[in-house]
Design a protein around this ligand. Structure first.
Ligand code: NAD
Length: 309
């Protein structure tokens, strides 16, 4: 494992290194079983280190000064099942909801000192890789909502799942989990229809299309194997072909996140849309994931495992 100090790492926050196939939040790599047990189920309780029902999960937040990290802390202080025992940010940040945010230097030592159960990460891909490695070394479960991973970065995060439970989700909204299922069903029901995906996010988002958009695209492509080309925006002479999916990323204002899948053909149009009204949606999902992941077997998990449990 690397001795990287994530506190000294990336220059820019958010979704650095945005070449990405970052999307699949499936459990294909897990030798662990996403068995749907909740904390407190008998066989889960029997595993060493697993919290008994009602015990408070000791939580670390990285990227605590960012939009999502701060939301996670604010949501955590309102819950009784989690306690933030360490919150770090790369740059100096004021306390969030009364929780002190520290600089991320010498993070591995500090993580070991707080005896954490699980770390929730919303930083950037390179930092998330470093935090995953440290969690693997320290035996701490790792939840990341960071998007924009390159294939190599994603592989590194997956490596950590050999040692500890790792849950990665490009979107922690239960509504998006439902949208993904609806899209798969709808696409299967209208073979041959044109498919266009549009996503809108705030003007500070770095990666495009969003990790959630990539996940939805994979869902569509899994069902519609005849669609083999993603066309990102169109300009000039650009007639549509039958095998393409149009992909459109809008960046404006403070939009939390909107995703729309449009299916059209045979004189009808079907639009499946999700709008996140507030980042608290993602924070709540990330905390549900953190509680669910605590004490699981090492392995690679997705938010669907949490939703299905
Ligand atoms: P942001 O830029 O507001 O926050 C990122 C924070 O991480 C910054 O405060 C930055 O200083 C900090 N940071 C960067 N490197 C660090 C390091 N090594 N150690 C500690 N702190 C570090 O970005 P954001 O809007 O909060 O988004 C963060 C990530 O989460 C992005 O990849 C975004 O796409 C993703 N996101 C995911 C979901 C989801 O549901 N999965 C929802 C929203 C955003």
């Amino acid at each position: 494992m690397s001795a990287n100090d994530p506190g000294a790492g990336e220059e820019s926050s958010g979704t650095d290194g945005a070449q990405t196939t970052d999307s699949a939040d499936t459990t294909d790599h897990a030798d662990a079983t996403a068995d749907g047990n909740t904390i407190g189920d008998a066989d889960v309780e029997d595993r060493p280190g697993v919290k008994a029902r009602g015990e408070v999960v000791r939580l670390v937040v990285t990227g605590a000064g960012g939009r999502m990290g701060a939301e996670v802390i604010e949501a955590a202080v309102d819950r009784e099942d989690v306690e933030v025992v360490l919150a770090v940010n790369r740059s100096e940040t004021a306390a969030v909801a009364g929780v002190e945010v520290e600089l991320a230097d010498h993070f591995a030592d500090r993580l070991a000192a707080v005896e954490a159960d699980v770390l929730v990460d919303f930083t950037g891909p390179a930092s998330a890789v470093d935090y995953a490695e440290i969690c693997a070394d320290e035996g701490v479960a790792f939840v990341t909502g960071t998007t924009g991973f390159s294939d190599a970065e994603l592989d590194s995060v997956r490596d950590a799942s050999d040692e500890v439970p790792v849950l990665k989700a490009a979107n922690f909204s239960r509504g998006i989990a439902a949208l993904r299922r609806a899209v798969r069903e709808a696409v299967a029901a209208v073979p041959g229809y044109d498919v266009e995906l549009t996503e809108t996010h705030h003007n500070g988002k770095r990666d495009a299309p969003s990790g959630t958009a990539n996940t939805l695209l994979e869902d569509v492509e899994d069902v519609r194997t005849d669609l083999d080309e993603r066309v990102h925006g169109r300009e000039g002479e650009a007639p549509r072909t039958e095998t393409e999916i149009g992909v459109h990323a809008r960046r404006a204002g403070d939009v939390t996140g909107e995703h729309e899948v449009l299916l059209a053909g045979n004189d009808e149009v079907l639009e499946l849309t999700h709008r996140a009204g507030d980042r608290g949606v993602f924070a709540a999902g990330a905390l549900d994931a953190a509680v669910w992941l605590t004490g699981r077997e090492p392995g690679w998990y997705g938010f669907d495992d949490v939703v299905d449990s």
